[in-house]
Design a protein around this ligand. Structure first.
Ligand code: NDP
Length: 283
């Protein structure tokens, strides 16, 4: 039976350390600050923004919430980002995605000062990650690496199979595993013989968004399974991309959904914001 990787407990521990860091910075008058920008009123985005806001408050991080109307023009949003880039109180800027269709998402991301890009989505940060010299690492993949570290997984020489190639999860996590000397295979919707590839993995990272599509019997005995997927079944149950119950009998360690990768994303956002503030202290 696999060990269950408790993302909630790991995340709580990390948040305590982050809060202690914030206290130390605040004592020097250098409280870290995060600006969260929400355009429109997508219910899921609103929930995420509220969660981020609450997490900041709990950690003692100064936060600004900018809620803009669905009809906001690209020029208005870019003007706000420009102000936040120059705001001394702000160390991190997060624009909640997706954006309404009149706004060019790439243009918005590229307008954020890369030194305040705590989401790690700016091409400068993506490039630095690819070059093996990261500044800000995207929060979900960064959280996955922390979970692996906390579980004592050494990736050197391991076969890692990442299922999914999105810019926010699949690609960056693959680069991070490569930087840790793993041999990495990235799979996607056109990959042939997915089951066979997964079966060769010492570590499987699933970031697809399809309920339980990775079957338990695909998993190699003793493999580590990180399930990033968040899916709702017809019965409204929250499940991952991996058939958890079946994989549990084969894996050596596995993340549950919920309570695995999910809690880590906001934790790493807080960590990046604090890191950003600390960098400004350096000459
Ligand atoms: P995307 O939809 O951007 O990417 C999904 C990827 O899965 C694509 O690369 C796609 O391939 C691939 N894919 C789709 N179908 C298959 C298939 N049948 N076989 C193999 N690969 C397939 O999703 P995200 O990366 O944004 O998110 C993935 C999941 O992770 C979602 O459930 C999301 O909710 C969750 N998530 C969770 C977070 C957390 O905090 N825990 C944060 C971010 C995401 P192709 O490129 O060919 O289309």
């Amino acid at each position: 039976m696999a060990t269950i990787i408790d993302g909630k407990a790991i995340s709580e521990r990390l948040r305590e350390t982050i809060a202690a860091d914030v206290v130390a910075l605040a004592e020097r008058g250098m409280t870290p600050g995060l600006a969260v920008v929400l355009v429109g009123d997508d219910p899921a985005s609103r929930t995420y923004v509220t969660m981020k806001e609450k997490a900041c408050q709990k950690a003692g991080i100064y936060s600004q919430e900018h809620k803009l109307a669905e009809t906001t023009s690209e020029a208005e949003l870019l003007a706000l980002i420009d102000r936040l880039n120059r705001d001394e109180r702000i160390d991190g800027i997060l624009v909640q995605l997706p954006l309404p269709k009149q706004i060019d998402t790439s243009r918005v991301i590229e307008t954020i000062d890369p030194h305040k890009d705590v989401d790690g989505f700016h091409p400068y940060n993506f490039g630095r990650l690819a070059a093996g010299n990261p500044l800000f690492q995207p929060c979900t993949p960064y959280g996955i690496m922390k979970l692996l570290d906390e579980t004592g997984v050494d990736l050197t020489g391991k076969e890692v199979v990442v299922v999914g190639r999105s810019n926010i999860v699949g690609k960056p996590v693959a680069l991070m595993c490569l930087a840790r000397h793993a041999t990495v295979t990235i799979c996607h919707s056109r990959t042939r013989e997915l089951a066979k590839r997964v079966a060769q993995a010492d570590v499987v990272i699933a970031a697809v968004g399809k309920a339980e599509m990775i079957k338990g019997y695909w998993i190699k005995e003793g493999a580590v399974v990180i399930d990033v997927g968040i899916n709702r079944t017809e019965g409204k149950k929250l499940v991952g991309d991996v058939d958890f119950e079946a994989a549990l009998c084969r894996a050596s360690a596995i993340t549950p959904v919920p309570g695995g990768v999910g809690p880590m994303t906001i934790t790493m956002l807080l960590a990046n914001t604090v890191e950003s503030r600390k960098r400004r202290l350096q000459p």
